[in-house]
Design a protein around this ligand. Structure first.
Ligand SMILES: [Zn+2]
Length: 428
């Protein structure tokens, strides 16, 4: 065959000997372009062939399916002291027991990882099986799923729902399956430090965090200076044990979320106690539930008077008003600190919140105050260091998109691989 054909075909290490076209596709007969081969045991080179065995491998499609046929040579090893008498020639493009060329496999892997396409979709386009594409992903994932690189200083730990809630019928009745995943992210914003998703662990318990941290090297653990987490007790226990030298931070958004939750709980309970049922559209406190959660200083004059009227007419115990005031007091803490407040100013504002909580004596508000008191050292560390978990939450959005494309995953391992590969593809 002409040299040009081999150049065009560009399969590294091979010459094209013959091309035939059939209704099934294009068949390319290739020959290894290196005549001599080294024995894998002793390294002695030889060109003595004892047999030829044809192998057929699928290659990248160019308009229609392409098949490569390679008459693989069996060689003799001429080194007298070598225990291996014969060996089969090897190639990086056409590896042993492979049904696809390496370049097709890396194409398949990139087609899935670089986009949010489903495995089945890519398999259909390339005319290969779902298993072939998945295998390509498994091989590629082995490179990124290993232990996290050392030198990470700022670690973010966050939870994400791995899939929607399922109900399963067991002998004891219906059981709720609520699968969660914990993600670990490098939070460093330093451009010299690319950051990224470091790993995933199934579940969202302290055991998930402990398991993943335990898999990392001691050097990795010693290098962590700051851990950003959600204010949840099981989450915090593992880093405290395994990363005793690291500072724990909880960012202020979590406080806002807890405060909003507290206000909603108070509103629901107060309404239930007053009316004997949950809130309805005709009931003003329920109708203005969104207004309650809005930032107090962003309300218009009309919204403010509406809220005041609600408190006057529909909140006889004044519990909703006190809960709302508690939320507002808390909301002012970080805003003030963003502007460069001193520690004693923060402390003063916090004391105003605590005394308000104590005077109001509402169970939900007291519970919130206790939670904040427990987590305050971590919040204060956040206010000082300004390291936020926002990036971790950004990855969670990506994770949800991957799940949606695949219409869910039956295998947790495949799911984790997809997430880590997609993340590696965006980081590259
Ligand atoms: Zn040998």
């Amino acid at each position: 065959m002409e040299q040009g054909t081999s150049l065009l075909y560009d399969l590294v290490g091979f010459d094209v000997a013959e091309v035939t076209v059939s209704p099934l596709g294009v068949r390319v007969l290739v020959l290894c372009c290196v005549q001599v081969q080294g024995c894998p045991d002793c390294g002695t080179v030889t060109d003595r062939v004892h047999s030829r065995r044809p192998v057929q491998v699928r290659d990248l499609p160019f308009g229609r399916p392409w098949l490569v046929r390679w008459d693989k040579r069996g060689m003799f090893c001429d080194q007298a002291r070598c225990p291996r008498r014969t060996f089969v020639e090897r190639s990086t493009q056409l590896g042993p027991r492979q049904r696809l060329t390496s370049r097709l496999r890396s194409h398949l892997e990139r087609a899935v990882s670089g986009s949010r396409r489903a495995v089945s979709d890519v398999a259909r386009e390339y005319g290969v099986s779902w298993w072939s594409v998945n295998h390509a992903l498994v091989v590629a994932a082995a490179r990124v799923c290993g232990p996290a690189p050392e030198g990470v200083r700022l670690l973010g730990v966050d939870e994400t729902r791995a899939r929607s809630v399922r109900w399963m019928l067991s002998e004891a009745g219906w059981k709720r399956s609520d699968p969660w995943m914990t993600s670990f992210v490098d939070l460093d914003l330093d451009p010299a430090h690319p950051g990224g998703l470091l790993g995933l662990a199934p579940g969202r318990s302290g055991a998930s965090v402990r398991g993943w941290l335990g898999l990392q090297s001691q050097t990795f653990r010693d290098g962590i200076e700051v851990v950003a987490i959600d204010p949840s007790a099981p989450f915090a226990r593992a880093p405290r044990e395994l990363l005793p030298g690291a500072t724990m931070v909880v960012d202020h958004w979590h406080l806002h979320r807890l405060a909003a939750l507290m206000l909603t709980e108070v509103r629901q309970r107060a309404t239930r106690e007053r009316l004997g049922h949950r809130g309805r559209l005709t009931n003003d406190v329920w109708a203005y539930r969104r207004l309650l959660l809005r930032a107090g200083d962003s309300l218009t004059g009309r919204q403010k008077s509406r809220l005041q009227a609600t408190f006057r007419h529909h909140d006889p115990t004044r519990e909703i008003l006190h809960a709302w005031a508690g939320k507002e007091l808390l909301r002012h803490l970080p805003v003030k600190i963003d502007g460069g407040a001193r520690p004693y100013e923060i402390r003063e504002r916090l004391d105003v919140f605590y005394s308000h909580a104590a005077r109001s004596n509402i169970p939900e508000l007291t519970r919130l105050a206790t939670t904040i008191d427990t987590w305050w050292p971590a919040v204060e560390a956040f206010l000082r260091l300004r390291i936020t978990n926002a990036r971790t939450e950004g990855y969670n959005t990506n994770i949800k998109l991957i799940k949606r494309t695949a219409r869910g995953f039956r295998s947790q391992t495949n799911y984790e691989r997809r997430i880590l590969l997609a993340n590696a593809a965006t980081a590259a």
